[in-house]
Design a protein around this ligand. Sequence first.
Ligand SMILES: [Zn+2]
Length: 268
Amino acid sequence: MEIFGSIIGVAVFAAIIALIIYFLRKTGRPSHRATRRGKRIIRIGEPHSAEQAGEQGERTVRWYIGDTVEGRQYVLNDYIVAKGQFSSQIDHIVINPRGVFVIETKNYTGYVFGSDAQKQWTHVTNYGKEKVPFYSPVKQNETHVKKIRQIAGNVPVRSLVVFVQNNTENIRSSCVIPLYDLHNALNTGDDVLSADKMREIYDKLVRARSDLTDEEHTLRVLRNNESIRNGICPACGGRLVQRHGKYGDFYGCSNYPKCKFKRNIDNK
Ligand SMILES: [Zn+2]
């Protein structure tokens, strides 16, 4: 009787354990599947993954460009310039005998449509299902070139926008190149800078470089954009008003001409 009782006891215990394991696995499986599905969605549109793609693209271009070789080429990666509350980040600057190259890297997959004249470009992903407008990287890099000209002085500065995935077939622009053309773009043309001049420009750029970290720069951009969304001038705290200009609508500061802040409305 006693043995029989303990056999039942063991059997019941084993059955309970089996049930617990069964339910744990059953509840465990769908949630695991859900996170995997979630990740797949994140890979398409989440800023986090776009950021990772950006970093990967920059690493690739950095590898293509190579390092500074005294007297032959000078390289600055992840170059930040700051003025007041504003800062901009330039992916790469190359100074070689052919000139100063200001390089913006894009690591989009899928199709990209745009031209020099358009402010808004289109990124088509997910087999044509998603069309995402974005600010022209040519215009974006023009701003960077302007900043470098201010620092470097009267020297030849060229803008290059490199598409790491080589998907430039739908882009009409003289400064957009696929990655496989980068070496050519940096090495064709006449020599216009002497070794001394290259070194001089490099030293100027190094002196003007901001000591802001990537994170501090990103924080500033986010803070300024937030301020603009709230109709507040990020430069002086004044009110922003919509104005019509020669090149389209823009937000200007109500404290103009004392404050000269302005931002294109379709500039993200
Ligand atoms: Zn202002």
